[in-house]
Design a protein around this ligand. Structure first.
Ligand code: SF4
Length: 642
């Protein structure tokens, strides 16, 4: 008879005891090999052991994680800094549930300016690259970026057109509307000298780097020189630019008269709920704010902050300023400081300021974090109350904390699509959002479309566990489809349908029954609406909740998002379809020439960006055709730019 195998915790303790004592990264895994948590340590064995024993205060380190852990794996690294880099990499790769993970779906928008171009321009980008160009930002919303860009264009009228449009207008010998609107100096037709344009580019970069003091000084010197030389028009233009810069600056909060560059971070916490607030001070002014929320955090504050900062500065896109101020010393501060210096190519001070302006900045970040955390907890409490109301009034088996909602959308009986949105505790969980092209069902048959989407979703139930509630935009027909799809797979889940009712519709007619009819009876979202009706499987009559019901408002919000998401998808498909057929719109370009263009140049985009010479080199396409194609795309770009 073989010896009894040791209990999992004894086996784990044995494994931990055999770990090396050097620096590196450790990965806790569950019995199925899923990575639960990734951490770094100077002494791997000692750190791993600390999870299995209570500390001096009698508390276990990350007990919920340890309870699930069945194995620990380590990777030795030459130094603590290398461990930090590897830890970031592994967190990104494995997305462990117990790590504080910076979400990589948060998009960092920025502006790119490449001074090596002859006539540089600012272009919005979603990635910061190391390609020799200058990048500014990040802007945390596209609205913030658009505002900044339109502001900048008024102060620094750099060209906004693509190279193809630039060439096109240069050929025509006249500038586009941007010139008339005083938003471009029209380098395309030589209305501005290269040296003057280069000054504009330099001014833009100074402004975006927060060097506004230097910029204003330079502008004032040039204005005085222009006035002395009696170049009054130029002096007037410079005066206007100074005024515009000053107006923009007046809107930014000044936090230091000495004009330093600093990043500031502080956190607030309640149990496992953690809120981090940060702001970037550039040239003494607050250039941007950002906030990050984390739930179910088992790490202590120093560990959480250390892990966050390691990931935040771990990307090559982000160059740290000279000083990073924090509310408490992060774990692994030494390795972090090394990493920051490497990223910046100079020394970076990572410090916890005790007094003075630095301490005030940290206090400001902490106050913001505390406020946001309080708002988040309050919002969550009201969402939980709304979920409890729904559970009680609708007789749901589970508290609907995680809700998945489906919406089918067709366009005049064509282009059928569907969307799925997921909300947890009233907040969108975008990682779970999906868009579906309907592959098999007829586009006009909404119930068949829904059946197809549900079959695709439920087939993945092992990888993607079911939510607490499946919500569907529709009436009894839709609810019956979802309930049948669940039955087919032997699954159980609460199902609710939500539909609007018109005055003239009675409950029976609104419920419908024939495939597609319930959808046909559903009404547009504006005009003639009476109430929202909730439908439950096997129940003939709809449930009407009071319009002010928090539970109802929660479901409406989720449904509206699903609808918006589906429509957005449909719109983009329509645009793509239009794009594909766009060549048909160009006069004189028949099917033969269209095929030749696409075959020779490879894509519609290549056709769009090709020069007249490249177009004319396509077999069967003449110089006149090439001119027509270029003019057509130039007009299109102008239209798109508004
Ligand atoms: S085409 Fe318009 S935006 Fe481009 S350089 Fe000329 S005037 Fe400026």
């Amino acid at each position: 008879m073989s010896e009894a195998s040791p209990s999992p915790s004894a086996a784990l303790a044995e494994r931990v005891a055999a770990l090396p004592a050097g620096p590196g990264v450790y990965l806790w895994k569950n019995a199925r090999g899923r990575v639960l948590y990734v951490g770094k340590a100077q002494n791997l064995r000692a750190r791993a052991r600390s999870y299995l024993r209570a500390g001096g205060d009698g508390r276990l380190r990350m007990p919920a994680m340890v309870e699930q852990a069945a194995d620990v794996e380590v990777v030795l690294t030459p130094s603590a800094k290398d461990a930090l880099l590897l830890e970031n990499e592994l967190i990104k790769r494995h997305r462990p549930p117990f790590n504080v993970r910076l979400r990589d779906d948060k998009q960092y928008l920025g502006l790119r300016l490449d001074p090596r171009e002859r006539w540089p321009r600012l272009t919005p980008v979603r990635r910061f690259r190391t390609d020799g160009a200058s990048y500014f930002g990040p802007y945390t919303s596209s609205q913030a970026l658009r505002e900044a860009l339109s502001n900048l264009r008024r102060i620094f009228p750099l060209r906004s057109c693509s190279d193809a449009v630039f060439r096109d207008y240069a050929r025509r010998g006249r500038p586009c509307i941007e010139f008339e609107m005083k938003r471009c100096l029209a380098p395309c037709v030589g209305r501005v000298e290269e040296a003057a344009y280069a000054e504009l580019v330099a001014g833009t970069a100074l402004f975006l780097r927060g060097r506004s003091g230097q910029l204003l000084k330079e502008l004032q010197t040039r204005m005085a020189a222009a006035a002395t030389a009696e170049r009054f028009e130029e002096a007037g233009r410079l005066r206007d630019r100074i005024a515009a810069v000053e107006k923009t600056l007046a809107r930014q909060q000044i936090v230091s008269e000495r004009g330093e560059d600093r990043d500031v971070f502080a956190l607030a916490r309640q149990g496992g709920e953690l809120e981090l607030h940060g702001f970037a001070v550039r040239g003494g002014r607050v250039a941007s704010h950002d906030a990050w929320s984390f739930s179910g955090v088992e790490l202590d504050d120093a560990e959480a902050l250390g892990s966050f900062l390691g990931q935040y500065y771990g990307t090559p896109d982000r160059v740290p300023p000279r000083e990073v101020l924090v509310g408490l010393a992060p774990e692994g501060a030494g390795a972090l400081a090394e990493l920051l210096a490497e990223r910046a190519g100079r020394r970076v001070a990572l410090r916890v300021p005790q007094r003075g302006a630095g301490a005030e900045l940290v206090a400001m970040a902490a106050a913001n974090a505390t406020l946001r955390l309080a708002q988040r907890l309050e919002a969550r409490a009201s969402v939980r109350a709304a979920a409890a109301e729904l559970q009680e009034r609708l007789g749901l088996a589970r508290l609907p904390r995680r809700v998945e909602c489906y919406d089918v959308s067709t366009l005049a009986g064509t282009l059928a699509v569907a969307s799925r949105v997921v909300f947890e505790d009233g907040r969108p969980d975008k990682a779970g959002w999906r868009r579906y092209r309907i592959r098999e069902a007829a586009a006009g048959d909404d119930l068949a479309c829904l059946r197809e989407v549900l079959a695709r979703r439920l087939a993945r139930h092992e990888r993607e566990p079911l939510p607490d509630l499946l919500l569907v935009d529709g009436g009894r027909g839709q609810v019956a489809v979802v309930a049948a799809a669940l039955r087919d797979q032997g699954l159980a889940c609460d199902v609710v349908g939500i539909s609007k009712e018109r005055d003239e519709e009675g409950p029976a007619s609104a419920a419908g029954g024939e495939p597609g009819s319930a959808r046909a009876l559903r009404v547009k979202r504006s005009g003639g609406l009476k109430a929202e009706r909730l439908h439950l499987p096997g129940r003939k009559d709809a449930v009407l909740l009071p319009p002010a019901s928090q539970g109802l408002l929660l479901l409406q919000r989720v449904r509206d998002e699903a609808h918006r998401f589906a429509i957005e998808f449909q719109r983009s498909l329509r645009q793509r379809a239009n794009l594909a057929s766009i060549l048909q719109e160009i006069p004189g370009i028949g099917p033969g020439k269209r095929r030749a263009l696409l075959r020779t140049l490879g894509s519609l985009r290549a056709v769009r960006e090709a020069s007249p010479e490249q177009l004319a080199a396509v077999p069967g396409v003449g110089a006149g055709d090439a001119q027509r194609i270029r003019a057509f795309f130039a007009d299109l770009e102008r239209l798109a730019a508004g």
